[in-house]
Design a protein around this ligand. Structure first.
Ligand code: ATP
Length: 366
């Protein structure tokens, strides 16, 4: 429900900078996910908003009002963890009712509230069961009902599906997003699972080493990531270094290693001839073609492997670069040493200024 703003927020533990100069606004009713390598500051961001820890610098605003002086209990926040603290000796109903009883609410109000939220998570008919009678997903549903019954307007979810099986996770993702949207809550969800972030969120924040690298919609991150780290971290991409060779009306030509020239046509207006750049393309977006195609480049197959439902084809390009393609399993298999032609659609190529810190460091995932 509320709009949350982090304004120049940093959090350090001695020399460790867990969060650095975080400036984001999470809109009223928005569902945000935080993704990033381990230790990049995702949980710290949740803990700062919950009030469990205080920023070293900056302020956090709730509908425009600073909340530093509020204790965790004074913030209308529900914190949901991977392993929810369910009381094993209470049935599901009692688990949801407990914090309301502690608050001293009238019996009737407790009855109504517990029923409302157990209904919302689909457990009202099984409210008499005990935690050991139900599965992990239902325990998590109880946990969510409990924080909502307490009056949470902001949900903080730290790997909430971490303990669930894959198939249940998918169903639960839809369910949780539905609840957040129906109640017009504001949600921030930490996950390691990119497809979960893509499925559940309005926007995804990609973090690295304490910094918010990009906060954008799933589609933007997939098709037009503005930052090279996002293009690398979300999904999988190949990157080729080059120099802008020619500038045309709506496109540029980049000369890469070995003199190969690639035409790139999306978001390239700001580049100038001579600029050092990196051209990126999704491993899933390049096509293997017969004969010549646009930006056609020849290469030799190194390996062609199945990986789950997809195939990964490693290719040595004729210009001395190695790239990987991810293709659907039904196309014909390629043998080692076989020559293939790859066509790179100019409109899906991503062009970035060569990173100041160097390409390896810019792409580093630690
Ligand atoms: P993960 O994905 O592994 O859960 P994360 O992105 O949530 O990681 P955080 O838990 O926010 O990362 O930690 C960010 C950095 O701050 C890490 O280097 C971590 O070791 C450090 N850190 C977090 N809490 C503390 C603490 N209480 N004392 C010291 N360092 C801490």
């Amino acid at each position: 429900m509320p709009t949350i703003e982090f304004r120049n927020v940093s959090k350090s533990y001695g020399k460790i900078k867990a969060v650095i100069n975080l400036n984001i606004t999470i809109k009223d009713g928005e569902y945000i996910s935080l993704l990033g390598p381990s230790g990049c500051g995702k949980t710290t961001t949740l803990r700062l908003l919950s009030g469990l820890i205080q920023p070293t610098e900056g302020e956090i605003l709730w509908d425009g009002r600073p909340i530093q002086n509020l204790t965790p209990d004074e913030r209308d926040i529900g914190y949901v963890f991977q392993q929810f603290a369910i009381f094993p000796n209470m049935n599901l109903w009692e688990n949801v009712a407990y914090p309301l009883e502690v608050k001293g609410l009238p019996e009737e109000e407790i009855e109504e509230t517990v029923e409302k939220y157990l209904e919302l998570v689909g457990l009202v008919d099984r409210a008499h069961l005990f935690p050991h009678d139900v599965g992990a997903a239902d325990l998590q549903r109880v946990g969510i009902a409990r924080v909502l019954a307490k009056g949470a307007k902001v949900l903080l979810l730290d790997e909430p599906f971490g303990a669930l099986d894959f198939k249940i996770r998918e169903k639960f993702q839809d369910e949780l997003r539905g609840i957040v949207k129906r109640l017009n809550l504001t949600a921030i969800h930490v996950t390691h699972d990119q497809s979960e972030g893509m499925a559940i969120s309005d926007r995804i924040g990609v973090m690295k080493k304490g910094r918010m690298i990009q906060l954008a919609s799933p589609m933007e991150l997939l098709f037009r990531p503005s930052q090279i780290f996002s293009a690398h971290f979300i999904g999988e991409s190949n990157f080729i270094e080059g120099v802008v060779y020619k500038k045309l009306d709506d496109s540029i030509v980049v000369e890469v290693i070995g003199g190969f020239k690639i035409t790139c046509s999306s978001n390239v207006r700001s580049f100038l001839v001579g600029d050092r750049v990196v051209v990126g393309f999704r491993k899933t977006f390049s096509r293997i073609v017969e004969g010549d195609g646009e930006n056609a480049i020849r290469g030799e197959v190194v390996t062609d492997r199945y990986l789950g439902e997809k195939r990964r084809i490693l290719v040595n390009l004729q210009y001395g670069m190695r790239i990987e393609l991810i293709v659907l399993p039904h196309i014909r298999r390629f043998s080692r040493g076989e020559e293939i032609t790859i066509s790179l659609d100019p409109s899906v190529l991503l062009v970035y200024n060569y990173p100041r810190e160097g390409l390896d460091e810019a792409l580093e995932v630690t």
